[in-house]
Design a protein around this ligand. Structure first.
Ligand code: IPD
Ligand code: CA
Length: 270
């Protein structure tokens, strides 16, 4: 996609995020229809409705693109570019009327055999905060350039932690929580991965760690973080199409990773 098209893609993703965000704010305190529920997750009828709305907006302007969304696929699978969409990130918060949830939309281009994120949008409709990035340009929050924090001392840092939907994530991350909470200023667990990542990009948090996270949770936030000077460290998770991820300000990864590794090793011995 040419640079001019990336601007057009960003505008289109912003429009789609605002439309879905309007549905979320209208329904914040409404009783929600639950489509399915597992031990650590809820799926709402509104998740699907918001994805459909986003798909319609994106495909109207980019009919040849594909969609990889938390709520399903659309468009031609062999397309050269695809949108990676989380229509409501933080669904459990949203289902309980907690106004901490967002829309996450990334555009990825096919480069060789892989996809590379070139546009990212994360929108918190409850605070009306819109994070945007185009690869190679500074990240922005409501139009203003943002940067990660400068903090290096863990004692000064806020580290956010996420627990994914499976028991494996609890097993891996509970020891990390226990170890980190003694070493950093505060640990936070807010329940919307994409928002935690853009909070790192904005310097509100210094790092965010989660294991067992999906591409739609992290694609847009990862680009925004990198464009804000941060480090989007991630690698495929041993089980399934998921990732281990440690988003950070580029200054604390080694320290946080060392604490996490030691805590998991220790837990494995017990
Ligand atoms: C979840 C949230 C949660 C994170 C999970 C995600 P969803 O996304 O971002 O904070 O810990 O890994 O799957 O289900 O609310 O879209
Ligand atoms: Ca999500």
């Amino acid at each position: 996609m040419k640079p001019a098209d990336r601007n057009k893609a960003l505008a289109c993703a912003v429009e789609a995020a605002r439309r879905a965000g309007a549905v979320m704010t209208r329904n914040q305190s409404a009783k929600k229809t639950i489509q399915s529920q597992t031990s650590h997750d809820i799926k709402l009828e509104l998740d699907v409705r918001c994805q459909k709305l986003i798909e319609k907006t994106l495909l109207a302007t980019f009919p040849a693109s594909a969609i990889l969304g938390e709520e399903g696929l659309a468009g031609p699978p062999a397309a050269d570019c695809r949108w990676v969409v989380d229509p409501i990130d933080g669904t459990v918060n949203f289902a309980h009327g907690i106004p901490h949830a967002c829309v996450s939309i990334a555009l990825q281009e096919r480069v060789g055999g892989a996809f590379r994120t070139v546009v990212g949008v994360v929108y918190d409709p409850f605070c009306d905060e819109m994070w945007t990035a185009i690869r190679g340009q500074p990240a922005r929050l409501n139009g203003k350039v943002i940067r990660v924090s400068q903090r290096r001392e863990l004692k000064q840092c806020i580290v956010s932690i996420g627990f994914a939907k499976d028991d494996d994530s609890l097993r891996l991350n509970l020891p990390v929580f226990n170890a980190l909470v003694r070493r950093v200023l505060k640990v936070r667990m807010m329940g919307a991965a994409a928002l935690a990542m853009v909070y790192v990009a904005t310097g509100r948090f210094d790092a965010y760690i989660e294991s067992g996270i999906y591409l739609w949770d992290i694609a847009a936030g990862g680009l925004i973080l990198e464009c804000a000077g941060g480090e989007f460290w991630h690698r495929p998770h041993p089980t399934g199409p998921k990732f281990e991820m440690l988003s950070n300000n580029g200054r604390v990864r080694r320290q946080v990773q060392a604490i996490a590794d030691a805590a998991r090793k220790e837990a494995g011995r017990r």
